[in-house]
Design a binder for this molecule. Structure first.
Ligand code: HDD
Length: 715
C-alpha cells in the first residue's frame, strides 16, 4: 500500500494532479521545479557548482588532509541546513493541508453582504489544514485528540480564515485559560511524558478542576476523538461570529462543514495500533484520495440567530462550550468545500500557512464570545514568533486581491513599494482609505456601556446540561466507546485523587456511566446525585446522523488475501466489483511476488503480483477484508498465524469481512461467535458483518458489496 500511496519522487511530480485555482496559479510565480532538466546546481547566490559532496581540503599524497574554512560552498550548505527549522506551532503542530475551492449554491444576502457568501457565480480558492492538537510535529496521526480544521478563503475582498475543529465546542470559555488547558494536555513538565495523549494525570486533573470542560471532554472521549479520515469528519468554526447584511442588520452565526462521505471513526484498539503501524495514516489517506481524483467534499452550513433573539436561549449563545441544537437553530447548507490539489512542497505551504481568527472580510464580524476575542489577539502574535513580521507576504499566505498600505520594513520584507511617502494622510493623497462603496470594511456601530470587571454571565456558569444532551443523544455502541475511552484514559492516571474523583463529575451527567467507569478504574461514586438530569436528546450529535443517504464504499481500502491456488473467479469478481464501486482493492499474499491461481501453470501463467505480503501490512490499515476460496490457497492461509490474525483482528474491529467457498470455513474458524450464521450453499449470508457465500455466483459479488456498504464500519 505504502508503495502505491507515495510514488517515487519523480513519478509523484509527474503525476501530480488537481485543479488550478486562482491561488494555485498565483503560487506558480514562486515555484521552481527540480525536474526541469535545464537546472544546474548553484549556491544560494547563483554561482554554478561542480561538487557539492566534498569540502575543500589541503590534501597530501593519500588525498586526505584538513578541511579549509575558506570553502564558501560548504559553509553555505551547512549554515542553511543548521537553520532549516522554525518553531513548530505551540498547538496543532502536526498537520496536513491541501488546496481546493469553495462554491456557493445559495446566496445568504438576507443575512450578510460578504461577497464570498452572496455571489453564487464565484469560485473562491481555499487552503485547508487539518491537524491534531497536542502532539508535536513528528507525532502520530491517529491518537485520541481533537482535530483542527482550519480553512483559508482567498476571497476577492481579502483572506478570510475560519480556524475550526472537528468538535463543535471547546474546553474553556475564556481565552485567558488557554495556556492552562494546553499545558495540562501537553506532556508533563518534569519528564516530557506522554506525547500526544490526554491519558495522564495533568489532563484529567484539569478536567476535574474545570467543570466548564465537561461537555468537551465527553466529545473528545467519543468516536469524534478518533476519526477514520480527515475526509470523514465534520468541521466547526466553534466560536460565534456575526454577519451583517446590506441593510446594516446583524445576526449571530456559527459555521459548520459536513462531509459528503459521512462521519466515521476508528475503534480505539485500531487507532492505537495504527499509531505504531502507520503514523502518517491520515495524511496519506488525504493525499491518496486527492491524487486519485476522489476529491473530498463538505457541505458548508450556517446557523443564524438574529441579534434580537440573542437572549432567547437557556444557554448563552456566546459561550463556546455550547452547541446551538439544530432543533432550535437549523443548519442552512449554502455551499460546498472541495479539496482538489495536493501541495507541491510541504514546508512552504502546509507548514508556513498561517491562520488568524481575526481575518474577516466585509459582511462578517466578531461577537463578544470571550474565547474568540482572545484568539483574535493570539494568532497574529504566534505568527510573529513562528514566521516573522512579514508572514503575510509568504506565497501561501498572500491574498489574491491587491494589498497596499504603509506597513513597512521588518525582517525579510519582500515587496518593493515605490513612492516618496510612507504615511497617511500625505500631500499626494497617495493611497487613500476606501469608502463603503469601494468595499471598505465598516465596523458595526454597536452601542456598549458597562463596568470593567473580570466576570462571567450567569448562563456561562451552567456546564452540565449540554454534556448530558450530547451523551443521551449517542447510540448504544457510541456510548460504550465513551465508557471504554474514559476507562482507558483514567487507567493511565496513577494519582488516585485524579482517577477517583473524576467519576463524581461523570455521575452528574450519567450515573450508570460513572458507575461503570468507577468499576473499571477504581473511581469514587458520590453518595447521592448532585444534579437533576433532563433526559433530553438532540439530533446532529451522534455521528450516525450523518450517514450518507446512499451508503458508499468509495475510496475505502479492501484487502483481498490470496495464496497460490486461489479461486480466480472469486478473486477477479470481487476485485472488479470493488473497483466499480469506487473502492480500492489491494492484493495481500504470503509473498510480494507472483501468486498463481488454481490450475494456472507457474511457467506459462501470468500470475498476480501482490501489493503487499501478510507480514508487511496489518488488517488495521484496511477497511475490509475479503478472502476468495481455492483449496490450496486456504490450506496455506490456515497454516499462517498471521493470516488467521488478519481475519480475527478485522472482525474484532467490526470490519466487513467477505469469504467464498473454501474460505467460508476458514473465516468461520477465525471469528466464530455463538449464534453467528455462515453460508452453506449458494445463498449470501451476512452475519455480524461477515458476508459469506459457499458457492461463487456472479450476483453474489453485487450482493456482497451491498452488504459491505451496510456493514457497521461504513455507516
Ligand atoms: Fe487555536 C492554532 C483551533 C482556541 C491559540 N487553533 C490552531 C489551529 C486550529 C485551532 C485548527 C491550527 C491552525 C493551523 O492549521 O495552522 N483554537 C482552535 C479552536 C479553538 C481554539 C477551534 C476554540 C474555539 N487557540 C484557541 C485559543 C487560543 C488559541 C483560546 C489562545 C488564546 N491556536 C492558538 C495559537 C495557534 C493555534 C497558539 C498555534 C499555531 C497557530 O495558532 O497558528 O495561536
Amino acid at each position: 500500500m505504502a508503495s502505491q500511496i507515495i510514488a517515487s519522487a519523480s513519478e509523484k511530480v509527474k503525476t501530480m494532479t488537481g485543479e488550478r485555482t486562482q491561488k494555485v496559479a498565483d503560487l506558480t510565480q514562486d515555484t521552481k521545479d527540480v525536474h526541469d532538466k535545464s537546472h544546474r546546481i548553484t549556491t544560494d547566490y547563483g554561482v554554478k557548482q561542480n561538487d557539492t559532496d566534498d569540502w575543500l581540503k589541503v590534501v597530501n599524497e593519500d588525498k586526505t588532509g584538513p578541511m579549509l574554512l575558506e570553502d564558501p560552498f560548504a559553509r553555505e550548505k551547512i549554515h542553511r541546513f543548521d537553520h532549516e527549522r522554525i518553531p513548530e506551532r505551540v498547538v496543532h503542530a502536526r498537520g496536513a493541508g491541501a488546496h481546493g475551492k469553495f462554491t456557493l449554491f445559495e446566496s445568504a444576502a438576507d443575512v450578510t453582504s460578504a461577497g464570498v457568501l452572496t455571489d453564487t457565480s464565484r469560485e473562491t480558492p481555499i487552503f485547508v489544514r487539518f491537524s491534531t492538537v497536542l502532539g508535536s510535529r513528528g507525532s502520530a496521526d491517529t491518537v485520541r485528540d481533537v482535530r483542527g480544521f482550519a480553512v483559508k478563503f482567498y476571497t476577492q475582498e481579502g483572506n478570510w480564515d475560519i480556524v475550526g475543529n472537528n468538535i463543535p465546542v471547546f474546553f474553556i470559555q475564556d481565552a485567558m485559560k488557554f495556556p492552562d488547558v494546553i499545558h495540562a494536555g501537553k506532556p508533563e513538565p518534569h519528564n516530557e511524558i506522554p506525547q500526544a495523549q490526554t491519558a495522564h494525570n495533568n489532563f484529567w486533573d484539569f478536567q476535574f478542576m474545570h467543570p466548564e470542560a465537561t461537555h468537551m471532554f465527553f466529545w473528545a472521549m467519543s468516536d469524534r476523538g478518533i476519526p477514520r479520515s480527515y475526509r470523514m469528519m465534520q468541521g466547526f468554526g466553534v466560536n460565534t461570529f456575526t454577519l451583517t447584511n446590506d441593510k446594516g442588520e446583524r445576526h449571530f452565526v456559527k459555521f459548520i462543514y459536513t462531509p459528503e462521505l459521512g462521519v466515521h471513526s476508528f475503534v480505539w484498539d485500531e487507532a492505537l495500533k495504527i499509531v505504531g503501524q502507520d503514523p502518517d495514516f491520515h495524511r496519506k489517506d488525504l493525499w491518496t484520495a486527492i491524487e486519485s481524483g476522489a476529491y473530498p467534499k463538505w457541505k458548508f452550513g450556517i446557523q443564524v440567530i438574529p441579534e434580537s433573539k440573542e437572549h432567547d436561549f437557556d444557554f448563552d449563545i456566546l459561550d463556546a462550550t455550547k452547541v446551538w441544537p439544530e432543533e432550535l437553530v437549523p443548519i442552512r447548507y449554502i455551499g460546498q468545500l472541495e479539496l482538489n490539489r495536493n501541495v507541491d512542497e510541504y514546508f512552504t505551504q502546509t507548514e508556513q500557512v498561517a491562520f488568524c481568527t481575526s481575518h474577516i472580510v466585509p459582511g462578517i464580524g466578531f461577537s463578544d464570545d470571550p474565547l474568540l476575542q482572545g484568539r483574535n489577539f493570539s494568532y497574529f502574535d504566534t505568527q510573529l514568533s513562528r514566521l516573522g513580521v512579514n508572514w503575510q507576504e509568504l506565497p501561501i499566505n498572500k491574498p489574491v486581491c491587491p494589498v497596499m498600505n504603509f506597513n513597512r520594513d521588518g525582517a525579510m520584507r519582500h515587496t518593493i513599494t515605490k513612492g516618496t511617502v510612507n504615511y497617511w494622510p500625505n500631500r499626494f493623497q497617495a493611497v487613500p482609505p476606501a469608502s463603503k462603496e469601494e468595499g471598505a470594511y465598516i465596523d458595526y456601530p454597536e452601542k456598549i456601556a458597562g463596568i470593567k470587571a473580570r466576570m462571567r454571565s450567569k448562563k456561562f456558569k451552567e456546564h452540565k446540561n449540554q454534556a448530558e444532551l450530547f451523551y443521551n443523544s449517542l447510540s448504544a455502541p457510541e456510548k460504550s466507546h465513551v465508557l471504554n475511552a474514559l476507562g482507558f484514559e483514567l487507567d493511565h492516571c496513577d494519582d488516585p485523587i485524579v482517577y477517583e474523583r473524576m467519576t463524581t463529575r461523570i455521575a452528574e451527567i450519567d450515573p450508570q456511566l460513572a458507575q461503570d467507569v468507577a468499576e473499571m478504574v477504581g473511581g469514587k461514586m458520590p453518595e447521592q446525585s448532585t444534579r437533576q438530569r433532563h433526559n433530553k436528546t438532540a439530533k446532529g450529535l451522534s455521528q450516525l446522523d450523518y450517514a450518507p443517504a446512499e451508503p458508499t464504499i468509495a475510496t475505502r481500502m479492501v484487502a483481498i488475501i490470496i495464496a497460490d491456488g486461489y479461486d480466480p473467479v472469486a478473486y477477479n469478481g470481487i476485485k472488479g466489483a470493488l473497483t466499480a464501486a469506487g473502492a480500492l482493492p489491494f492484493t495481500i499474499s504470503p509473498r510480494r511476488n507472483k501468486i498463481f491461481a488454481a490450475g494456472e501453470d507457474r511457467n506459462t501463467g501470468t500470475g498476480v503480483v501482490a501489493d503487499h505480503h501478510l507480514e508487511g501490512m496489518r488488517s488495521t490499515l484496511f477497511d475490509s477484508v475479503f478472502i476468495p476460496g481455492g483449496a490450496q490457497s486456504i490450506e496455506t492461509l490456515r497454516k499462517s498465524g498471521r493470516a488467521v490474525h488478519w481475519v480475527r483482528e478485522a472482525f474484532g474491529h467490526l470490519k466487513a469481512i467477505g469469504a467464498t467457498s473454501e474460505a467460508v470455513q476458514f473465516v468461520r474458524d477465525a471469528c466464530d461467535l455463538p449464534g453467528m450464521e455462515f453460508s452453506t450453499s449458494g445463498e449470501v449470508v451476512d452475519s455480524y458483518g461477515v458476508v459469506t457465500a459457499a458457492q461463487v455466483k456472479p450476483e453474489s459479488f453485487k450482493e456482497a458489496i451491498k452488504m459491505v456498504k451496510g456493514a457497521k464500519h461504513f455507516i
